[in-house]
Design a protein around this ligand. Structure first.
Ligand SMILES: [Fe+2]
Ligand SMILES: [Fe+2]
Length: 136
């Protein structure tokens, strides 16, 4: 099904998305490396802040891409992005309060990102490819 308002010039889940995923993955890796070392709370907060702000930017761009594509599950997908940001916020607070290990937090972030990028973002790519072939 093609959304009537989609932008016909967007035929792939474009290169910007892949590039942003690479940047986000490297920011998450930075969080992982720092969180594995003891007593680096200030550095880890900087790394988490960088990751969080970039994730927000990426989600904004990806949601705009879904809009242009006329991707039918865009509202559900955007809700997953919001949940991630809220959960990350809560987990950072828990980590600062000493209730959660930063390494554990880092694992949650990396696992979420890997699963989301593969499964959920992958659906956007498949939709864009189907649409490019005229099947969507
Ligand atoms: Fe993404
Ligand atoms: Fe996404």
């Amino acid at each position: 099904m093609t959304s009537p308002e989609h932008d016909a010039n967007v035929t792939t889940a474009d290169a910007v998305n892949d590039e942003e995923h690479r940047i986000l993955a490297s920011l998450l890796e930075k969080v992982r490396v720092i969180s594995a070392a003891p007593d680096r709370d200030v550095e880890i907060m900087h790394a988490l802040t960088d990751m969080y702000l970039y994730a927000k930017k990426h989600f904004f761009d990806e949601e705009a891409l879904m809009e242009r594509l006329g991707y039918p599950e865009r509202e559900h997908h955007a809700a997953l992005h919001r949940e991630f940001l809220e959960r990350t916020h809560a987990l950072v607070d828990a980590s600062l309060a000493g209730k959660l290990d930063f390494a554990e937090l880092s694992r949650f972030l990396a696992n979420w990102f890997t699963q989301h990028a593969t499964e959920e973002d992958g659906k956007i790519t498949l939709f864009a490819q189907r649409r490019a072939r005229g099947d969507a």
